[in-house]
Write a protein that binds this ligand. Structure first.
Ligand code: XMP
Length: 170
């Protein structure tokens, strides 16, 4: 166990408060990346009582293992309409930054007015692209983690906490 359920939930209160302040009075479209951001999205957004549209897009970069392939694939045929809109982009974890970088590029191509990024976890590693998200839940070490939306080969997403995957489980 790395971050327990109660600690995650408490941190979400703080993140939600900041987001609420920043987006007060701005019509908001939330874009969450599936499937990793599912639990984070559900718990965070119910704490942000402003009008919003919730959209999800599917991207893949891991293909089931513990090393990113470095290539970000968009799995949807169409993207949500973000033209001229304020976007809050949610992901589970900022690792190499490749995913957020690719999605931000895509949303910009589609005319997004402002994009703020929000991640539950940020790995404490050097990154060239996307040094940090606008809102970060927790900074963690360079470990492969699972739980609270994060998976290994499709498993462990439903754990209510974040844990480090033991070598013996790989
Ligand atoms: P990048 O490297 O593009 O990574 O910032 C972001 C995406 O890669 C996945 N990822 C992980 N998934 N445990 C996981 O279960 C991890 O430790 C991990 N690190 C990266 C995740 O899908 C994220 O969206």
């Amino acid at each position: 166990m790395l971050i327990d359920e109660a600690v995650i939930q408490k941190r979400l209160d703080v993140l939600a408060e900041k987001i609420l302040e920043d987006f007060q009075g701005k019509p908001l479209v939330v874009v969450a990346l599936l499937k990793g951001a599912l639990l984070f999205m559900a718990d965070l957004l119910r704490r942000i009582p402003v009008p919003m549209e919730i959209e999800c897009i599917s991207v893949a970069s891991y293909h089931g293992g513990t090393e990113t392939s470095g290539k970000v694939e968009f799995l949807d045929r169409t993207l949500p309409d973000v033209d001229g809109r304020n976007v809050l982009l949610l992901d589970d974890i900022l690792d190499t930054g490749g995913t957020l970088h690719a999605v931000i590029d895509k949303l910009n191509e589609h005319g997004a007015k402002e994009i703020k990024t929000c991640v539950l976890l940020t790995k404490d590693i050097p990154r060239e692209r996307i040094r940090e998200a606008d809102y970060t839940g927790f900074v963690i070490g360079d470990e492969f983690v699972v739980g609270y939306g994060l998976d290994y080969q499709g498993r462990y997403r439903n754990l209510p906490y974040v844990g480090i995957l033991k070598d013996s489980a790989i």
